[in-house]
Design a protein around this ligand. Structure first.
Ligand code: AMP
Length: 289
């Protein structure tokens, strides 16, 4: 595995891979890697070679904790970081290239002047609680896509609104890459894997299981025929309220493309939530129909 910290070196290495006829498959992350990330990497490794391609895929994983997607009161400084563990982990997974740029490499003059504004979708649901977050995500992904120029890029459904923002960006700006989404990987008790889970204390870890339990209970209600968002949300809120360590930020039934709330279930409707478990902020979602 090549470990690369500069954009210049990455371009040389990926140029060589392309000359050998290899596809470039890209998994962007913020590190503190877990099995959720591994599922994206596995999918990238399995990707079929394009027509006329002679060699196997070149799988690139980036690790970059992007400061511009964190608000001033958010957890940029305390976000889990494990560079040595991540490197060994990626090596053992057979990744070809780890791209780990510094903040200075990505933002040479501090803030950059040109940014991607995702419009309305960045202002609803998660965006209402994290102003500027999706602009930061879209901008850093635009930069990474331009640097890596991947054939395909892999994202997790756990961050469903992020995927919707990036699909919109790739379509609106005609970016020549394909977005592949992968299902959420969960612990045995249902908790979605997240780098931030490392920061939960044992009581918080136990309390957090109420979040997937509420999502599943709502899906059962849907299977019994309930279609009213109000009724579904009320059920989930009641379950989560039984756990005093959890403070809900939002819980909504939304359209999977716009993330606007819907009154009645439609095709692909998602139940999405964000909650604080102590000081640790977790998000999760489930498709209801
Ligand atoms: P992060 O490092 O948290 O920014 O996540 C990097 C990528 O991994 C994103 O596309 C996430 O959606 C994805 N991811 C994070 N957690 C999970 C999970 N539990 N299951 C599947 N994908 C995940």
């Amino acid at each position: 595995m090549k470990v690369i910290e500069t954009i210049e070196e990455l371009k040389i290495v990926l140029g060589e891979a392309r000359r050998q006829g290899r596809n470039v498959e890209f998994v962007p992350t913020m590190g503190a890697l877990h099995q959720g990330h591994a599922s994206l990497i596995n999918r990238a490794k399995e990707s079929p070679s394009g027509e006329g391609k002679r060699e196997g895929a070149c799988v690139v994983v980036s690790i970059f904790v992007n400061p511009t997607q964190f608000g001033p009161d958010e957890d940029y400084a305390s976000y889990p970081r494990d560079p040595d563990g991540d490197r060994a982990n990626l090596q053992s997974q057979g990744v070809d290239v780890l791209f780990a740029p510094s903040v200075a490499a990505m933002y040479p003059n501090g803030e950059i002047a040109t940014t991607v504004s995702p419009g309305r979708i960045a202002e609803v649901a998660e965006g209402r609680w994290r102003p500027g977050h999706f602009a930061g995500v879209a901008t850093v992904c635009a930069k990474l896509f331009n640097i890596v120029q991947p054939d395909r890029v892999y994202f997790g459904e756990k961050d469903a609104q992020q995927v919707a923002v990036l699909r919109q960006m790739v379509a609106d700006l005609n970016m020549p890459t394909e977005i592949v989404t992968c299902p959420t990987v969960r612990e045995a008790d249902g908790l979605a894997l997240s780098s931030r889970n490392r920061r939960l204390d044992p009581q918080g870890r136990q309390a957090a299981t109420v979040l997937p339990a509420a999502l599943l209970a709502v899906r059962t209600l849907v299977e019994r025929g309930e279609k009213s968002s109000e009724a579904l949300v009320a059920q989930a809120r009641e379950i989560i309220a039984r756990q005093p360590r959890i403070s809900l930020q939002y819980l909504e039934v939304v359209d999977p493309r716009t993330f606007e709330p819907v009154e009645h279930l439609t095709a692909g409707s998602l139940l999405i939530l964000a909650a604080l478990v102590g000081s640790v902020r977790l998000i999760d979602n489930i498709q209801l129909s």
